[in-house]
Design a protein around this ligand. Sequence first.
Ligand SMILES: *[C@@H]1O[C@H](CO)[C@@H](O)[C@H](O)[C@H]1NC(C)=O
Ligand SMILES: *[C@@H]1O[C@H](CO)[C@@H](O)[C@H](O)[C@H]1NC(C)=O
Ligand SMILES: *[C@@H]1O[C@H](CO)[C@@H](O)[C@H](O)[C@H]1NC(C)=O
Length: 360
Amino acid sequence: MRWTTASHLLTLCFSLATSTQAGRSDDISAQVGHHVVFSYPGLNPPTHLFDLIKQGKVGGIILFGENVADNISTIISDFQDAYKQSSTYVGSPLLIMTDQEGGIVRRLPGGPVQSAKQVGQSSNPRASATQSGKDAASALRNYQVNTNLAPVLGVYREAGDFLDNYGRSYGNTSALVATCGPAFISAQQAAGIIATAKHFPGLGAAGKTENTDEVPVTIDLTLDEIRAVDEIPYTKAIPAGVDMVMNSWALYPALDAKYPSGLSKAWIQDELRGRLGFQGVTITDAIEAGALHAFGDDAARGVLASQAGMDIILASARNVTQGEAVVTALVSALQDGSLSQESFSEATDRILALRKKITV
Ligand SMILES: *[C@@H]1O[C@H](CO)[C@@H](O)[C@H](O)[C@H]1NC(C)=O
Ligand SMILES: *[C@@H]1O[C@H](CO)[C@@H](O)[C@H](O)[C@H]1NC(C)=O
Ligand SMILES: *[C@@H]1O[C@H](CO)[C@@H](O)[C@H](O)[C@H]1NC(C)=O
């Protein structure tokens, strides 16, 4: 179903209510809202976030450890209720997401207890990855979290490097990662939780201190090596039906010497969608990442990412104003034509199709 069809009723409501410019811009912001994931600080979500949900400006919320106490399920129900009561409700829940990779990277109580590295080193990696996917799904379901920003599909290169340091990579061969990643994805998605393969085309060659959250990172591999090693797990995860792909904020000059993968048409459109055939939803890594300091403020980065083909922008600075700034910038970019309405609406269709699958 096309967004233009999906939004028909909404448009009608707005045109009945008002035929002013304000009415049209509310309609655009309700579309843009689906594309922006918000975050907030601490254990008490601000009232303003609930107001924005009711206005349809929020597509989802990412949770961090600092947001999680015993009452997180109640808080998530409150988010979903606020959205259901809103005139912008499209009939499916907000995306509620977190990083539940396994091992030490877990934001919610519960599994997977094993890190990706432990899964890869186990006697039966495929079975362990399947169990981890099931465990992640049950932890998320317990708290009504419907989306996992996992698994990591990076193929690490050196002991103790960026991914290996915290046991986040299944292993140092693409065969092992391509066995474990899809097993995790299939098990978790079969249990009704959206999975995200990250960070395309891979952070396996990043050195220990090369953290895109903090600094610009260049991964200077040849295209042949990226395709022969780092992309192999994606060639298995995509046919396995992975729902989302998160692009990395590293720069890979082999295909694009200017824009990091998540801001790069070449990586998103030509390589991920074109060559590898991914038809699902793309999501950015943290839009506030230090890797992007050369690309303007968070709002400008959100526009660049959307122009390049990222469907969802992750405003994860635990600051509601940040998400609002991204929404405002995307509305302006659609209004002044710098962002293509046609491709943006195709992205909206993908996001709404994904949200229809949610059972949590
Ligand atoms: C949730 O629980 C925590 C810890 O008990 C508490 O500090 C916080 O105020 C609660 N938040 C809400 C919104 O009830
Ligand atoms: C992977 O790591 C093992 C053990 O540390 C090492 O023996 C092997 O050569 C590595 N393989 C590759 C492809 O780097
Ligand atoms: C929140 O985000 C806005 C917009 O990106 C920024 O201007 C502001 O400084 C941020 N506030 C905090 C406390 O980080």
